[in-house]
Write a protein that binds this ligand. Sequence first.
Ligand SMILES: C[S@@+](CC[C@H](N)C(=O)[O-])C[C@H]1O[C@@H](n2cnc3c(N)ncnc32)[C@H](O)[C@@H]1O
Length: 338
Amino acid sequence: MTDTPSGSAHVPVLLEQVVEALAPVDKGVYIDGTYGGGGYSRAVLAVADCKIIAIDRDPDAQARAWEHAGKDARLRPAPGRFSELHLAARANGHEHVDGVMLDLGVSSFQIDQAERGFSFMRDGPLDMRMEKSGPSAADAVNLLEEKQLSAIFHFLGEEPASRRIAKAIVARRADTPFSTTLDLAGLIESTVGGRQGKRTHPATRAFQALRLYVNDELGELVAGLSAAEDVIRPGGRIVVVSFHSLEDRIVKHFLRERSGNAGGGSRHAPEAQRGAAPSFELIARRSIEPTDEETAINPRARSSRLRYAIRTDAPAWGEADGYTSRLPRLSDLEGMMS
Ligand SMILES: C[S@@+](CC[C@H](N)C(=O)[O-])C[C@H]1O[C@@H](n2cnc3c(N)ncnc32)[C@H](O)[C@@H]1O
């Protein structure tokens, strides 16, 4: 557990299961693609005398990794995104590594700090950028067309009221652009109705969608899985923890396809790759889920799913399947900002 500035803590999810799935060995080299508060890295370093290349796109998390590295030279912080984890490995002198861990999404550090703008429960700037640079959530809601906003809420939030919310946003911003989290959350609540006994806040799905969009999280995941396939040596492991169905679907599909378990053939695989030798061996078809005890202690774990696989000696299949969507590109939004 690592303390956040607000006094709460980031509790690593499925920690024991992740370490067991990664099965780290002495002298091994591993990539923690989502260092966060370093919970996974610490647990791995506690059971094996290995090296960990610690990536995180958030400058605050990188600072934590550097602080950690000052106390344990086996941790090697690397800036950047996990879609480029092969570059981080190379920069640290490794063409191949023994395993990659990815713990997707945001940390409690990010959610709990109102000024990062991730939470509809805390008033802060409508930001949501993990990297603290590039277009923010406010840029998206103030600049994108109604159709584009609706697509984001529909595809990335699976929000049934996507059109109504987009329409209400566009009508409201004509008077006053959105700048804060609670302003947007309030507009969504008044558009789709209050909680009415539901467990989740009415803005949950729209906020998730904006966060995924602003950080291109699904694009990162697709690219990160391919980069891991390239860089993990035969016998090495990939371990991924996801938090919602969109992410888990991508991980499940990737691992099933590349282990020859796609069911009905790899129709999504590039033509040249159909029938290619499996690049991963899937240990269990089903995902690993948290126990009731874990979710009682850490409600954030509730929707987590762990999937892992072992790299075979077959060549990598190359770039993973893109996620199909009719989403505006982040570069389009950047263009609108200038
Ligand atoms: C759930 S937290 C990880 C928590 C960590 N496992 C721990 O035990 O403390 C996810 C972290 O991944 C980072 N992140 C998300 N997407 C990323 C990406 N594409 N590249 C690099 N870091 C990313 C976030 O900034 C966040 O710090």
